[in-house]
Design a protein around this ligand. Structure first.
Ligand SMILES: NC(=O)c1ccc[n+]([C@@H]2O[C@H](COP(=O)([O-])OP(=O)(O)OC[C@H]3O[C@@H](n4cnc5c(N)ncnc54)[C@H](O)[C@@H]3O)[C@@H](O)[C@H]2O)c1
Length: 400
């Protein structure tokens, strides 16, 4: 395998393409977004990821990486396009289908075709059917596998190389061929399985995180009712040598944990009772938080005869990042703005400008607020001295 094509140059595709190029593969990156293609060909990056700019620059300068808008012939093809969900929570695999269709004309006997996009179970087999429907002569002649990605954004370049990976082919020969590709740059273990198990493994990892957070979130609601400090409770319970409860928050966000469990639930609605409840529990937590704030506003008006100033502290889906995808904090802030007449100040120190929220500095917002709503445990917030006259609703442990 010498020449490889990566279809999709986003948060996962571009770093993987650049690392593969760095390890000697001749890499062609394909993206339908012309700005991405132009940026990469200038040796620059369009996403925020530490050290990525340098790796891409070197790969482009040495001629190991270049970007185009349409696939071309190669020895291996990797599909790394988005898999969002639709209104009904079903996975939208139209990007994977479009990307697969775009490479079909270029496949030749001996080639490897790998899907990296997080996908519902059996997607790889469905894409194999699509390929063989259009190119029946390739049946038994090409290798097809699924290899999910599990990097942590912000640490992508390290984890791409050092994490273990699960690789599942539609047959053992396909698994072997994919293992051969990844072993050129992955130092973690490469675990062989079949395509369905590899697909389910990715969904299972994120469903597991979702379920564990749901447990913590449910505890926080129970503790609120019972007058118990949930942070202290969890710390004490975790003193048990075999107990490890996660921290509650104002819900669960991001484009992985808040999304992927639905790919199981919508395909296996009868069987996936617990995974569904976990998802619903985490979504419910965001509504519960919003309702708490609205109640606090009403009580403030009754006591003071005027509307309060409310500070919503944080919009991101987790601490110290600028990513708002599926963010419960953003959802809660939107509900407060639309459902109460208070003067609502919105804070997100990791973002300068936002198209729908007018952002206020965190110190100013805290100073001006009657009610402070802690939504995200950003490190910056931990430094703010508590002022006694504020009503503080802490949903993420800033004041724990
Ligand atoms: N970002 C993460 O942390 C992460 C982690 C694990 C798994 N994943 C999964 O990896 C996949 C990719 O995620 P991402 O975050 O890199 O997405 P992204 O949105 O950052 O990038 C996807 C890129 O694909 C391009 N694209 C879309 N359709 C195309 C097509 N038909 N041909 C060529 N290019 C096309 C888009 O223009 C975009 O640049 C998703 O399935 C995601 O769930 C992401």
């Amino acid at each position: 395998m010498e020449k490889v094509v990566f279809v999709g140059l986003g948060y996962i595709g571009l770093p993987t393409a650049a690392v593969a190029a760095h390890h000697g593969y001749k890499v062609v990156g394909v993206d339908t977004n012309p700005t991405v293609v132009e940026t990469v060909n200038r040796g620059e990056v369009h996403i925020v990821e530490p050290n990525l700019a340098q790796v891409v620059k070197e790969a482009v300068e040495t001629g190991h990486l270049h970007a185009v808008s349409k696939p071309e012939q190669a020895d291996a093809f990797f599909i790394v396009v988005p898999t969002p969900f639709k209104q009904n929570h079903r996975a939208d695999i139209t990007y994977v289908e479009a990307a697969t269709n775009s490479v079909i004309p270029y496949l030749k006997p001996g080639d490897l075709f790998v899907i990296e996009s997080t996908s519902p179970v059996m997607t790889t087999e469905r894409m194999a059917e699509l390929i063989f429907l259009k190119r029946p002569e390739l049946k038994g002649q090409i290798y097809i596998a699924y290899c999910p990605e599990r990097v942590l954004p912000g640490n992508t370049l390290y984890e791409l190389v050092h994490n273990d990976r699960v690789i599942g082919g539609i047959n053992p020969e396909s698994t072997d061929k994919a293992v051969e590709f990844y072993s050129a740059f992955v130092k973690g273990k490469l675990h062989r399985t079949n395509a369905r198990t590899a697909e389910m493994c990715k969904l299972t990892e994120n469903s597991s995180r979702d379920a564990q957070i749901a447990f913590a979130n449910e505890l926080s609601i129970i503790c609120d009712k019972a007058g118990i400090n949930v942070w202290e409770l969890i710390e004490l319970a975790n003193k048990h040598p075999r107990v490890n409860i996660l921290q509650p928050g104002c819900g669960v966000g991001g484009h992985c944990i808040a999304v992927d469990p639905w790919f199981i639930v919508t395909d296996y609605p009868e069987q996936a009772q617990f995974i569904k409840r976990a998802r619903e529990t985490n979504d419910y937590k965001a509504d519960w938080c919003a309702n708490k704030v609205l109640t606090a506003c009403r009580e403030f008006v009754e006591r003071n005869g005027r509307e309060p100033v409310v500070a919503c502290m944080g919009l991101a889906f987790k601490p110290d990042i600028d990513d708002l995808r599926e963010s419960p904090a953003k959802y809660i802030a939107s509900r407060i703005i639309s459902e109460c007449r208070a003067d609502v100040l919105v804070v997100e120190p990791n973002i300068e400008l936002h198209s729908s929220f007018h952002l206020t500095g965190y110190q100013e917002a805290y100073r001006r607020a009657d009610i402070v709503v802690w939504l995200v445990r950003h490190t910056l917030f931990l430094q703010l001295q508590r002022e006694e006259d504020k009503i503080e609703l802490d949903f993420c442990g800033v004041r724990k």
